[in-house]
Design a protein around this ligand. Sequence first.
Ligand code: KG4
Ligand code: ZN
Length: 388
Amino acid sequence: MRILAIESSCDETSAAVLERKDETISVKSHVTATSLAMHAKTGGIIPENAAREQVKFILPVITETLCEYSKNKKQKTIISNWEGARKILENEIDAIAVTSGPGLIGSLLVGVETAKVLSYIYGKPLVPVNHLLAHLYANFIKKNQESKNNNQNNLQPTTRRTEPLGGAYDLQHETQNPKPISLPFIGLIVSGGHTDLLMFQSHNTYTWLGGTRDDAAGEAFDKVGRLLNLAYPAGNEIERRAGLIKNTEIIFQSPMIYSKDFDFSFSGLKTEAMRFVTKQERLDEATINQICYATQKAIIDVLIRKTLKAVEKYYCKTVLVGGGVSANQTLKRAFDSIINNQESKINIKFPEKEYSTDNAAMVGAYALMNYKPVEWEKVNANPELYFS
Ligand code: KG4
Ligand code: ZN
C-alpha cells in the first residue's frame, strides 16, 4: 500500500509518500517547508502567521512531494507541475493521511481541508491521524543509514527534503532495523506542547499513564532559552551549549521526579532558572552554557526515571520515544547508557533525527500501521484532540 501523508498542525507544511510492504514502511519522498525563521523573529509562533504560511506552502509542497516520488522512482517522464503530480496521485497513491489534531486550528484546517478536497476529487480513502501518536510511530519508519537531508531545492530556502531510501528506490540498499518493534510497548511523547507516557497493548489499544501538569518538556527548553536570549525554538541550541561543558555546580531540581505517579511538571524549572538568572550581575557565555547544562540535565533525569518506572511496573521491555525533544542525542545516550548497564535489556527506539520534529512521514507511518479510513465528510480538524 502506498499513501500520501500531509502534516500542517503548526509551523511546518509537510507531505510524504510512504509505502508499506509486509512489516516494512519506507519513505519514498518527503518535502517539508517551515516558517520557523519567521517565528524565531517573534520569539514564538503567532498562530495567524503560521496559518497564512500554511496556505502559501500546502499546494507547492504536495506537488513537489509527488514529483519527487516520480523522480526517485526513476520514471521516464520528469514531472514538475501539478498536471504531472495529479497523475501520480490518481494512478499510484492508494490513500491519503492527514493530521487532524492536536495543533493550531488555522494551521490544521489548511492540511485537513486540502486532504478532504483531494480525497473527494480523486476518490482516495482518507485516514485522519492524531499528531501525538504519529510522533511515536515515526519509529516504524525503516532506518536508512544512507539517508541525508538535502537543503538545495527549488521551492523555498526553508524547505528540506528527504532522499529516498537507498538513494533511488532500490530496496537492496535498505538497512534493517537491528531489533523489530514488538507489542506491548511504552510510548514517551516529548514535544513542544506535550509530554505523555502511554502503554500500548496493541496498535489501537493503549492506556494513558500520565503526562505533564503544566509546561511540556520542549516548552521548558524553549522558555529557558528565551530567558537566555536564545533563538526560538531553543532545544537544539541548549543541547549544543550543554555539550560544550562536562559538568556544572548549578543544580536545577527535576520537578516531580520522586512522585509516585507518571505525571510531569516543568513550569517550576523555568521559575528556578529565572531566579538564578536574575541573581547574576551579568550573563556571560560560560554561565549561559552552565544554565543550559543544568536545564537539560533536570529534564532528562525526570524523563528517564519515569519511563523506567513504567517499564518496571508494566513488565514492558520495549519503549518508543517520539516528538521534537527526541531529537536530543544527549537524552538518547543517557537512556542507552542506563539500559546497557541493566541486566534485562530494554529495546528503546528513537526516530531518526529528521523524523523527530514535525513531519509528514510520521503521519503516513501511523496511517499505514493503523489503516482506518473515514468518510471525508466526517474528518474534521480538532485542535484539542488528545487521547481517546
Ligand atoms: O514535536 P515538535 O517538532 O513540535 C510539536 O509538536 O510541539 O517539537 C518541537 C520542540 C521544541 O520545543 C524544540 O525546542 C524541541 O522540540 N527540540 C528539542 C531539540 N530539538 C527540538 N529539545 C531538546 N533538544 C533538541 N535537540
Ligand atoms: Zn509535534
